[in-house]
Structures are given as C-alpha cells and as structure tokens.
Ligand binder design. Sequence first.
Ligand code: KIV
Ligand code: ZN
Length: 556
Amino acid sequence: MESYAYPRHYSPKDRQWPTRRLTKSPAWCAVDLRDGNQALPKPMDPYQKESYFKLLTDVGFKEIEIGFPAASMDEWTFCRDLIERSLIPTDVTVSVLTQAREHIIKRTMNALKGIHKAVCHVYIPISELHYRYVLGETRKELVQRTLESVRLVRKMADDELNGSKIGLEFSPEEFTDADLDFAVELCDDVVEAWGPRPGEKVIINLPCTVERALPTFYPDRIEAFIEKSSQRSKSIISLHAHNDMGGAVASTELALLAGGERVEGTLFGNGERSGNLDLVTFAMNLQYLGIDTGLDFSELEELATKVSELTSMPIPPRQPYAGELVFTAFSGSHQDAIHKGLDRVEEIRKHFNGWKIPYLHINPATIGRSYAGAIRINSQSGRGGIAHVLAESYGIQLPKELLTELANHVQRRTEEAARELRPDEIWDLFLHEFARQDTPLRLINYWPRPDVTNPSKIYSEVHLEMHGKGFVLHDVGDGPVSAFANAMRQLNLPVFKLLNYEERSIGSTVDAESITIVSLEKLPEGKTFYGVGFGANIVQGAVSAIVSSLNRMMRG
Ligand code: KIV
Ligand code: ZN
C-alpha cells in the first residue's frame, strides 16, 4: 500500500466551528465558465459560454467567473462579447482569472476595458510541492511576484480602467497543502498592497485545490487562518473546494461554520478531476435546512439537461438532487413504504410538523420533479410499487390479491427482459393477464332483460363461442350478472361461485372510464380467480370480466 504525504494539520486554538449552526446563505460565485470549462474535454465556445452565462444569471448568481481571457482567443472573445454587447445584468459582477505574471495581467485587464464593474482574480500556487518542484521558485520570489502583480492590477485599474469599478480576488492556490503561517502572511500582505478603499474588501479565496484530507481538515484550516489574519475586517473569506475524496460538499459546509462567507463552485460539480464543489447539492442542502439561498433550482431537470448539452458532460443518474434515479425506488419494500407515505402525506406532515416521506429526503416537487417517476419497476419490485405506478399513471387502485398475482407476472417479465418495465408495459401486462383472456371462451354478446313471467328476475341471453363452437344460452337470475353466471353454468365448465364484482373508476389517461373487477372461486379447491372487464356499464364490464376469469380458471 502506498504511504501518502498528508498536508499538515493546523487546529485552531479554541475550535469554534463544531458548536455553530448554519443559519444563513453565503455569497455565491459560479466558476463553471472558468474552472468548470477548463476541465472539459472540449471547452465551450463563446456562443455556448453565452448560453451558459444566461443559465447562471437565470438561476440567480450575482458573481460569475467568466474565464481566463489571456488563455485563448475564445476566452478573450467571450469576455469582450459580454462587455461590448452589454450582456452583463447590472446586478451581476463578473470576475476573470489571471496568473500573477505581468504580461498575463496586462492582457487580462485589457480584456476588461469598458466594463462597468468586475473582479480581477489573481492566483499563485503557494505549496512547497508547487513552488519548489513545479515553479522552481523560492518563497521570497513568490511573495515578490504576488505583490508586484497586485500592485499592477491596482495601477491598471486606476490608470487605464478608471471608468470601471475593479475589485481584487486573491487565491493562494493549494492553500490547504501549504504552510499556514506563510499563507496568512502572504494574504495579509496582498490586502495591504491592494489597500482597500472605503467600503471595499478583498476576496481572499482559500482553495482546497486538491482534496488531500478528510472533511474536518478544511474548516480547521479556515478557522486557524481567520484567527491568525490581521486583515480580517478588510477581506471576504471565500471557499473553493475540489472533490478528489468526495468530500467537497461536507468540507465546505463545515468551513462555512468556521467563518467562510463566500462559496465558489459549479453546477453539478463539473471541474478538474473529480470536480469542483457542486453548487446545486450545496445550495439545496441549505434550502433543506430552511435557509434562503437566493438561487432558484425549481426547474432542475431542465437546467441539468441544458448544462449537460452545453458541456457534453452527462449528469450521473445518482447525482444528488439532479440524477435521474435519485427519487426512484426499485426495491419492493422501499416502494411499499413510499407508497404508504405518499398516501398519508398530509397526516405525516401534521404529525412531524414538516414534509417527511420514507426513503425520500425532499419533496421532488420543490425542484420541478414529480412522484410519477419516483417508483420504477424491475425484478426487485413488489406489489406496493406496482400499485403506485398504476395509481399514478392510470388512476386505478387494484385489490391486494390481484396485485400480488400481477406482481408475479411482472417479476417474470422483468427477469425475462432483464430490464425494468415502463408503466405502459405494466398496464399492458395487466390487461393481457386479467382482461384479454378469450380462449377457450369468447363472449359475442349478452342481452339481459326482465323475465316475462317474473319481472323481479332477470332473463339472460348469452351468445358465445367455446373452443370455436357457437352457443346461445338462456337462464334467469336475481340480477343481470347472476343471470349471466347461471347461463354459463350450462356449459361444461369447472364449478364456480361468483364472490364479488365491483366497478372502479380509472383516470383520464385510458379510453374507458371504469373497469369492473370480478372474483370467482373455483370449487371445491377454493382458489380465487380474478378477471377484469371494460364496458359501457357495470353489467357489460362484469360479464366480460367473468369470461376472462373463467378462461384463466380453465387454463389453471
Ligand atoms: O482550485 C484552485 O485552486 C483554483 C484556483 C485558481 C482558485 O481553481
Ligand atoms: Zn479550482
């Protein structure tokens, strides 16, 4: 097993963050168009970036990092387009990234000419791993380059962009893998070199560039940084976490408790390697806690589709909130519990004083998703799930015993097909098994009418075929259904008893408005056989259900 060089852990003197609770939203900065874009196999072109920018403003982001204008022609063009075509809403501040190098800063600042307001984001790697082994620089050289860069941004802002309001963001890259005292000293010097004017603050973005520790590490560092910094009142502490160990959301949540005020990330976590912090999960978690985030994810599916199209990055089906399967249950016991919970949702809400459903952590409706697809049917599914799907898609409730039988057929079919079944396939299977059984008996017509000798009785005239041979049967009964059953007994059929028939309404998604469900008992075994019929009225529905049920009985 490999032995890893972990970053050094700093504990704040008197750790405060574990005792705090999240009560308010941080400021948000979406870095999709820079950090997200730079990690795409095929980066977005300026047109795609423009559509993405619009998505971000529609969600409600007020700070958006739009790119690295000095890095490529596309990046430059996009920045210029936004400015020259006045595409930046007045309440949105864009930022641009630059390395701490003179020629790059110059090109970056030139890209901002004519902008109303913007943030110039300067970064420099500060971990020993980087400055010694990648850059081949000393700490002293690094500090000098950083401070010269900050002063250059200030000078260009004052001299060449004096009609624009330019702010500074500084990122000591690999902050979580760097010497903390060095990071504090450098950031304090940066704030001093910038010299914030009244009402102005420097954004000090403290990145977890590569996640190399467990989630409690980041908040400890942030709290220790804040404790040591002498420029706290002139800076905004910003968090920027990558997700190499899968802990970006957790570590950033904790780092907010430790004093973070602003959060950078991307929609659905696109970004270098395992991604940036997923802002959707993060903001939805805060919303779950009752915190108003100012971000609107009420049409999340549509957003996910558009992001996926623009970035050519699929959203994994288990992605929190947005994944196709995150509100879906396949297993029978989960389906049953969800089904029961949804049936009593208002009662449960009252009891627990809030929305709560087994196996669902939020109400899918809050992000524009419905329960309709929440339960899907595969070979693991049971009666509860099938009941839910038929109720949701066809507005029908079936008796328990019939559902149990149907569940066996569904299981067999899903196993044969080695895939899940869609609601329409389950409905077809239901009809095939219980309603469309027409051999050996095939009903041609049924005329019930009052008996001429005793009008309180019903006289039946049944036209049917059995094994292809035609029959016309007559009999009487107390009602039209029992008169039919009596007529049928003249044939050479198993002995049966009519246990029950009932009409149930069905939703508007199928052509008939009601179905009749009949149960017959085969004697002497006592086994029940269900049949289902459709008809203009309950009598026609019931007799075709009896025929289906008898056919099922005869075929065992
Ligand atoms: O992850 C990182 O450190 C960055 C910086 C440039 C902020 O993206
Ligand atoms: Zn990053």
